[in-house]
Design a protein around this ligand. Structure first.
Ligand code: AMP
Length: 406
């Protein structure tokens, strides 16, 4: 499949060419014709699969063919400010050869710029639910002429408690709208929403395993909990990374380990929900531009963000839910290029590791690093079973005996 077969409007083809995309990704090949046709969609695909362009390109195609003056015609709802910023950037980038106006609405910042953008009568509004409702209540924006509603990362929106906000926003849009719903997972609440908000949707599922199985080299590092920081410091010295995201379970843990890493001479930036919006945006910008090579983060950063050039992901803590592993790992090996995903785990995290392996249908190799003084007795219960293949050249066993008990 090549982009020409999708018969997109010329200005979009120019933008695609300029971005250097050679062919549509699977979700684009499936979704674009259906969306151009005006159908509803329920798509289960995570970011990293080309999901944003899969809805941005066909909605822009329809906009380009339309001559009516009402606004906004397209609304994209996103769970986080970071994702909203990214989606808006994508729309502006793909629409750069069209006469496109967009507005980006999210909380935690002043109203000035957002008011101005709305005064320009934007064709496309990208928003997080809270700030959008704020504008709707003040009647600074109406959705009664909306043509296409995109609900992105719906499972995440529900996790964040936006279910009522989303419902009330959908209720303010016309029943005749086209609705495009995307969600990495489809739990019952999302299914219920889709039954209520979508009409005869086309289901598109992009295998969630793509980014875990095919493009990422995984490794598990069993280690005693108290040695995790030392292992991290050693690993960072041994690997060659262009950019690495280190994920933590808690905000406090993220802050503590970040301070220790800084004390070890690493420069880094940090992303979690206690950090104010301006600093989060700056952290993300510095990291994306390569000014800082290490980003430390909680799961806020693991979903939705398009940070395309990450070479390594390190899970300092094993993710609590198997899906979160896939999301975290989705930061690397994106758009089908190589990445590395390392996960530290102590014996009390063993059951979560097994759950992840079941979820992704893949047994992950256990590895040890060279020149590290493992506290043997503490890693024993987390070590690989005898049948498992040792890693190739990544480290030597510090004891001659194989250990059991994983
Ligand atoms: P997304 O899933 O929307 O977050 O996109 C992930 C990354 O893939 C982004 O950096 C996009 O610019 C890139 N991308 C999207 N579509 C294509 C394509 N057809 N070919 C190559 N890269 C793409």
């Amino acid at each position: 499949m090549v982009f020409e077969q999708l018969l997109l409007e010329k200005p979009l083809m120019r933008a695609i060419e300029e971005r250097g995309y050679e062919e549509p990704t699977p979700i684009q090949a499936q979704a674009i014709p259906v969306i151009i046709d005006g159908r509803d969609i329920i798509g289960s695909a995570q970011t990293g699969t080309g999901k944003t362009a899969a809805y941005a390109l066909p909605t822009l195609h329809r906009l380009h063919q339309e001559k009516t003056s009402h606004w906004p015609k397209v609304l994209v709802l996103a769970p986080t400010r970071e994702l909203a910023i990214q989606v808006d950037e994508n729309y502006r980038e793909y629409g750069k050869f069209m006469n496109l106006r967009t507005a980006l609405l999210y909380g935690g910042v002043g109203y000035g710029k957002q008011n101005q953008d709305l005064q320009n009568k934007p064709d496309v509004v990208v928003a997080t639910p809270g700030r959008l409702l704020d504008y709707l209540k003040r009647r600074a924006l109406r959705l009664d002429k909306l043509e296409t509603l995109v609900l992105d990362e719906v499972d995440r929106m529900f996790d964040m408690g936006f279910i009522e906000d989303v419902t009330s926003i959908v209720n303010k849009t016309p029943k005749t709208r086209q609705t495009l719903l995307f969600s990495a997972t489809i739990p019952d609440a999302v299914k219920r929403l889709s039954q209520w908000a979508l009409q005869d949707p086309v289901e598109i599922a992009i295998d969630i395993k793509i980014s875990t199985a095919e493009t990422v080299e995984h490794a598990l590092y069993p280690v005693a909990g108290i040695q995790k920081f030392d292992l991290l410091a050693t690993l960072l010295e041994q690997i060659h990374f262009e950019s690495v995201i280190i994920f933590f379970k808690t905000r406090a843990g993220t802050d503590r380990i970040s301070r220790w890493l800084q004390a070890h001479g690493h420069s880094l930036c940090t992303l979690h929900s206690d950090i104010n919006q301006r600093d989060r945006a700056k952290a993300l910008k510095d990291f994306k531009e390569g000014k800082v090579k290490i980003l430390t983060a909680t799961d806020v950063a693991s979903r939705g963000l398009d940070i395309s050039s990450v070479t390594h992901v390190i899970n300092y803590d094993v993710p609590q839910h198997p899906e979160d592993y896939v999301h975290r790992i989705g930061r690397t090996g994106r758009a089908y290029s190589e990445g590395f995903a390392y996960t530290f785990f102590s014996s009390d995290e063993t059951s979560m590791v097994l759950a992840i392996e079941r979820f992704i249908g893949q047994e992950l190799p256990r590895k040890k690093i060279d020149n590290f003084d493992y506290r043997e007795e503490l890693v024993a219960s987390a070590a690989p079973p005898a049948s498992r293949k040792r890693n190739r050249g990544f480290g030597k066993r510090t004891s001659g005996k194989r250990r059991r008990g994983f």
